[in-house]
Structures are given as C-alpha cells and as structure tokens.
Ligand binder design. Structure first.
Ligand SMILES: Cc1cc2nc3c(=O)[nH]c(=O)nc-3n(C[C@H](O)[C@H](O)[C@H](O)COP(=O)(O)OP(=O)(O)OC[C@H]3O[C@@H](n4cnc5c(N)ncnc54)[C@H](O)[C@@H]3O)c2cc1C
Ligand code: SF4
Length: 519
C-alpha cells in the first residue's frame, strides 16, 4: 500500500490538493468528514466544517484545473470540464439534453454565475408540501453568508454586451418586467466564457471561493477519484470506497476513506446512483424519483446591426413577466460559433450562410417551471435519467416561444430561427403565431437543461421523503446528502444559491450536533 504524497512538480495544485499524479498505490485515508463531490452542495459543507475544526476530505471524480488552465478552445474545455463531453440525455419524447460539470468545483466551474435566493412562494410550498421549517426570514442568515462567500453582486455596467441590451430593449418596448442579474463575480470583464471556465477568475465558482477556503482550514481534496460506493457498519455510514485512474499510465488504485460522517454531494443524477450502488433504498420509494429539470428551449434572432454577442457577460437580465404562467424567465445567452452551428437545423451551404451572420445573432432562451417529474434509474451501476415532458409544459413552452419572438422582433430582429427542422425563417411575430397554430410532434422539440433537481427529496415525513429536513438520509446513520437532489420541488430560479444555502444550513446543524454525530 502506498500513501498519497504532496505534489511537487511545477504547476501542481496548492497544499492539500491531490490528483492522480500523487496516488501511486492503494490508499487509505482517515478523517472526520468525507464529502463526495465538490460542487455547489459539497464545497460549502467542506469549507464550513473545515473552518469549524473538523478534519475534512473531499473526494472528486473530476480533475483539478485552475484558472490558468481555462482557454478559448471551447471544444477542449467542454471535453475537460463537462461530464460525457456535455452530451447527456434524459430519455423521453422529446429527449432532453442536460449538462453537468465534472471537475473540482463541480458544475459551478461551468455555470453562468446567476445567483438568486429561493423565491418565497417556493419556500412556502416546501413548508406546506414537505414539512420543511424554512422561509425567507429563517434562511436569511444562510443566504447572506453564501452571498458573502461567493461575492454575489450586480454586474458592472460596462460588462454588459449588446445581446443583453437588445433583450432589455425588447422587454422595455413590450412593457414587460425584467430583473438585472445578480451573479457571483468580482468585476467580471464580460468575456462571456463562464460556461467554459472563467479565464480571469472573476466568477467566484466553488473552485476559487469555497474550495480555497476549505483548503486554508486544512481540508484535503482528492481529485480524479471516483467513489464507487459507501461503506457501512450496520446502519451507520463509515466511509467510501473509490478508485483513481491514472489516465497516462492506465494504472488504477483503490482509495478508501474512513470517516465519522459521510456526505454525498454528487448532484441530482449521481447521488441517487451512488446510494443505489451502496445498497441503499428509501422506504418512501422516492430515491431517484421526483427529477425536476427546468426544461429550456432557445431561438436565434437575427439583427441587421452588429451584435458582437461574444462580448459581454454571459447573462445580464432575466425577463420575468410570465412567471405565474410557468415561464421562469427569458434570457439572452451567447453560444460560441461551434456550439451554435451544432444546434442549427441547417445543413451544407445554408448552414454556412447562416453562420456567416454569427455577428448579427442573439441567442435567446426560455425556462419552464416543470409541472411533472422524471426519474433516475441505475443501469449497470450508472445512472440514466428518464423524463417525459408534460403536455401542458409543451403548451407553456409554445406560448413562451411566441412571446419571446414577439419581444425580439420588438427589439429590432429581422428574422427568427426556431429550433425545429421543419420551421422556415420567421419574419414577424405573426409568422411565429401561425407556425404554432399547427400541432408540432413531440419528437421535434429540441430541449436542454442545466438544472437537475429533486431525486433525494427532503421532508419531515420519512414515508414520503428520502432525507430529513437537514439532508440526513432517513433510516441511515450519519449519511448526509447535500446537493440539488434534496429539493422537494423545482425552485424556478437558477438553483446554485439555494443549494449552497441548504448546504450551509446543514453544516450548521452538523456543528450544533457534533457531540452526537462524532461520538
Ligand atoms: C452550463 C451550466 C450553466 C449553469 N448556470 C447556472 C447559473 O447561472 N446559476 C445557477 O444558479 N445555476 C446554474 N447552473 C446549475 C448549477 O451549477 C448546478 O445546479 C449546481 O452546481 C449543482 O450543484 P450540485 O452540488 O448538485 O452538483 P455539481 O455542482 O454538479 O457537483 C457534483 C460533483 O460531484 C462529482 N461526482 C459525481 N459523482 C461522483 C462520484 N461517484 N465520485 C466522486 N465525485 C463525483 C461531479 O464530478 C461533480 O463535480 C448551471 C449549470 C450548468 C451545467
Ligand atoms: S463573463 Fe468572462 S470574466 Fe465574466 S465571469 Fe464569465 S468568464 Fe469570467
């Protein structure tokens, strides 16, 4: 058996970060708390508990990259930072493509940085439907703490690009309500690379906020280590079993972590898989169920003027006029040329001609608050998501696309490309209305999402929920779940701040109950 040793070569990570290059044989690690996953749910717990004096180990399947590693090579960044190169699908008709981060910092490394508190009416719903003792007031100290740690602030005005100003112009013309985004950033320069690793370090992802804080307080981070399952003594969680693969040498070593408290923070797709691989089930029957997705769809609006949408922050405004009708928001999001071209239905010369106008494009999308749920099944140890979009959510989406087109025409767009193979170019809002007056086969919808939630739902009743209201799995001792999987229902807004806030609250509970949990 060999033990982990410090990284010594130039370019290595800071003290406390270990990668596949540092693990040269089967390894056993002891600690107070082991946290599996280092994203929005795992990293705040790591920092809070390390700061409180616990010996914390974070185990992350993805690699450890630093700000200096983030380049303008989009396809390389997608391969390195996205799970399965970003091509993961929830099976259904239509299928929904979803994306997750796989790196130290989790999906926060590739997210847009929008940071919103959970809306009061959602918390109200969680109180009534799941029996959680939460409201805006009781969560305020936790929200505030998270906002301080990740620097939630309005964008600097000069970081806002034309595509977002056009979206705002459209909303103003229609007289619709919009909000300026709050983001976790410090003087972001608007390079619009948030989804591929922020090259300036302005975005305060977990990689540059919570993880360094955890390391400062003595936590250890093991990157490139995939946890296969948890270990138990009776009903008590005692640690995890994983493995590191050195991709260069092809050698694989076992990594065993023994701990007093085990935290699963692998995200809403992978946490239920880890629990199932570990032989756990929930008497509620809801483990892996209740998958919420916030389905998204996008259009491309073509303007005569130069938009230069690659300049400016990832998203600056959200139009929230139709929240009560299930449309969480409309937003403008720049996509790099390669990603835009891939998503267009055009082929050959037609594709070339459209892409020639990349400079004039605004990619605008909408998010639907889903009214149904899917599930995650475990097939040969791997998770597979299934999600059948509800008919009424399709109707909502259809209404949303008409409204969004109308707004972009009001902003001055000359043409709109809808994401359907059989759609020609829309030259007016009436064209869009006419297009949607005929039924559209479900299989034609091209949907995607980056918000997966709810597969280990919290609740006060163990017969209807997987964890208690602090995230401890019912009927298992010392197993805490801290990620998007604990949401009782979709949260409507971008979920990162809610996840971090619940994680901070769970950390507080652990600290308050340390006498019992660490006996
Ligand atoms: C492109 C994109 C843009 C987004 N934009 C926003 C935004 O602007 N605002 C917002 O609020 N939200 C946004 N989100 C969503 C938000 O980032 C996620 O909801 C959030 O990060 C999820 O937190 P999590 O802890 O559940 O999972 P993650 O942050 O995904 O972390 C899970 C981690 O666990 C690791 N892991 C999984 N299985 C194992 C295993 N077996 N062993 C070891 N490690 C494992 C994964 O590699 C990953 O690093 C975006 C997401 C994406 C992908
Ligand atoms: S727009 Fe650029 S600088 Fe700003 S947070 Fe995103 S990647 Fe970083």
């Amino acid at each position: 058996m060999a033990v982990a040793r410090s990284a010594l070569h130039e370019g290595a990570g800071p003290t406390g970060v270990f990668t596949r290059h540092d693990i040269h044989g089967d390894t056993v690690i002891d600690c107070d708390v082991v946290i599996v996953g280092s994203g929005a749910g795992g990293s705040p717990i790591a920092a809070e508990l390390a700061e409180a004096g616990f010996d914390v180990v974070v185990v992350e399947e993805g690699p450890y990259y630093q700000t200096r590693d983030f380049t303008a090579d989009t396809s390389a960044m997608v391969r390195q930072l996205y799970r399965d190169g970003g091509a993961t699908i929830a099976i259904g008709n239509p299928p929904i493509m979803f994306q997750e981060g796989r790196a130290v910092g989790g999906s926060t490394v590739i997210n847009g940085g929008m940071s919103w508190r959970t809306p009061d009416d959602i918390l109200d719903r969680w109180r009534k439907e799941a029996g959680l003792d939460v409201d805006g007031k009781s969560l305020d100290p936790y929200f505030s703490r998270v906002e301080k740690r990740i620097h939630v602030a309005p964008n600097d005005p000069e970081a806002i690009g034309n595509e977002n100003l056009l979206l705002k112009r459209g909303a103003d013309k229609m007289g619709w309500k919009y909000v300026s985004n709050l983001r976790n950033q410090v003087h972001c320069i608007g390079s619009n690379r948030c989804a591929f690793g922020c090259p300036t370090g302005a975005k305060q992802s977990a990689l540059v906020s919570y993880i360094p804080r955890a390391l400062h307080y003595g936590a250890r981070v093991y990157a490139d280590v995939k946890v296969d399952r948890m270990t138990f003594h009776g009903k008590r969680a005692t640690g995890v079993l994983g493995r590191v693969v050195n991709t260069e040498s092809g050698k694989s070593h076992r990594v065993v972590v023994r701990a007093q408290l085990v935290v699963a923070a692998c995200g809403a797709i992978h946490t239920p898989a880890l629990l199932a691989r570990s032989g756990l089930s929930s008497r509620s029957g809801r483990l892996g169920k209740n998958l919420g997705l916030h389905p998204n769809i996008k259009i491309i609006a073509l303007f005569d003027e130069d938009v230069t949408s690659w300049k400016g922050v990832h998203q600056a405004f959200q139009v929230r006029e139709f929240v009560e009708q299930g449309l969480g928001c409309f937003a403008a999001v720049n996509l790099p040329p390669s990603v835009t071209a891939m998503s267009l239905p055009h082929k050959g010369r037609a594709l070339g001609e459209i892409m020639d106008r990349y400079n004039n494009m605004v990619v605008a999308g909408l998010l639907v608050e889903d009214t149904t749920s899917g599930n995650v099944k475990i097939i040969n140890g791997r998770p597979q998501a299934f999600y059948q979009l509800a008919d009424r959510d399709i109707v909502t989406m259809q209404k949303g696309l008409v409204l969004l087109s109308e707004m972009m025409f009001a902003a001055g767009a000359k043409k709109i490309l809808l994401p359907f193979h059989h759609a020609s170019e829309m030259l007016s809002a009436d064209d869009t209305r006419r297009f949607f007056s005929k039924p559209i086969p479900a299989s034609s919808w091209e949907l995607f999402t980056v918000h997966m939630m709810g597969t280990c739902a919290m609740g006060s009743d163990r017969t209807t929920s997987v964890t208690d209201e602090f995230g401890f799995m019912h009927d298992v001792d010392r197993l805490l779940i801290s990620d998007a999987s604990v949401f009782p229902t979709p949260c409507r807004v971008n979920p990162m701040e809610t996840i971090m806030t619940l994680a901070t609250r769970s950390a507080g509970y652990v600290i308050d109950n340390a006498g019992r949990l660490f006996s």
